[in-house]
Design a binder for this molecule. Sequence first.
Ligand SMILES: Cc1cc2nc3c(=O)[nH]c(=O)nc-3n(C[C@H](O)[C@H](O)[C@H](O)COP(=O)(O)OP(=O)(O)OC[C@H]3O[C@@H](n4cnc5c(N)ncnc54)[C@H](O)[C@@H]3O)c2cc1C
Length: 409
Amino acid sequence: MSTLIVGGGAAGCMCAVLCAEGGEKTILLEKNGKTGKKIYITGKGRCNLTADYSPQEFLQSVVHGDKFLRTAIYSFTPEDTKRFFENSGLELVTERGNRVFPASGKSSDVIKTLNARLASAGVLVETDAEVVAVGKNDDCVFTVSLADGRTLYADNLVIATGGKSYPATGSTGDGYAFAESFGHSVVKPVPSLAALITVESVAELKGLSLKNVELSAYSASGKKIRSEFGEMLFTDKGVSGPVALTLSSWLNRESGATLSLDLKPALSEEKLEQRILRDFAERLNSDLKNVTRALLPERLNTYVLKRAGVAESKKANSVTKEERRRIVAAVKGLTFRCAGVAPFEEAVVTSGGVSLKELTPHCESRLVKNLYFIGEVIDADALTGGFNLQIAFSTAAVCAKSITSAAAK
Ligand SMILES: Cc1cc2nc3c(=O)[nH]c(=O)nc-3n(C[C@H](O)[C@H](O)[C@H](O)COP(=O)(O)OP(=O)(O)OC[C@H]3O[C@@H](n4cnc5c(N)ncnc54)[C@H](O)[C@@H]3O)c2cc1C
């Protein structure tokens, strides 16, 4: 039996290795001049290749597709990913948050390891091979048309073309059209794990990073969607950093959402007001901004007082009770209207993709026999921390298992 895999990213490379090692004649087609272009930029160039959790814990960080992914994650666990790379000679380290990286700190070593396994398994890797159309002929053989005019044939076809995020890496969403050409439905792809854009300008805060803050998101009807505690960063157009990226996974299909930023989540409103009153009592004749500076970083201090509508040059002893309440409210709940999520060019993953309803737990099409979809092209995504690469590896592994065990029958 022969297998053609379209896309030489994390999912395609892993699937090709496991298919070939299982005895399949395997061809991997990659449109770039080399495989793993996206892997190279993962984890800020260090590649957080998995999240070292039990499958049960792992699935809690999956945003879409947790039920569907159960089989894949239990069959090829984060531990299996570690073993795969360590057995191939790549030393790994586990850091804070169970994030696993190559000990060298170089994502290029992950790519080198995958390439070495592709070669030793005997996979025929064709780079600069852009697939433009796929089909199945009357003899139930898949046909794959390349941009250079050639047509290739295979018994099994695996689509591992990724999503639409960071299109410069080659992930331009081609797999969605391939899926649709076979009659599959595609859940509208939207950017995820991306910065949030705010209607209110925060340009004056650009580059300011905050720790230990709580960012909450509310739907247009005022219902709380989710709160995240941790680190955040202001950009020229809105907010980024871990808490914003996580919230984007829930806001990328919302319109009219609002954000509320609690700058002092450890203090209740009452405690914060008492603290401000104490600071005021100690510095009655100081300008307001010099008193509240003890609470907030300088640029944020100015911004918060402006949003509270209290002049920063006002003397502390002339701040009214109502103005003090407005300052407390702004510190505990600085609100922003969310204008959306940053575009695919800046999104870590794509949410949406080939509908999971039409796939078996082994990622085989329920519509077309021997056709598979793996990795980010399917409607599954997770939070940051090594989860998305593990989804690519696990879906690749269950697909390879299905192909090689069918061939063995
Ligand atoms: C900046 C950034 C950092 C990230 N960091 C991490 C991290 O540290 N940990 C983590 O778990 N996840 C991370 N991710 C997410 C992770 O990289 C992806 O979820 C994962 O790489 C998806 O793998 P894939 O194989 O499904 O798709 P891709 O990696 O997108 O690979 C698809 C491949 O298919 C090829 N292709 C597409 N169309 C065609 C065609 N028509 N013909 C031939 N080839 C084609 C593409 O060129 C590409 O090489 C990061 C993503 C980004 C953008």
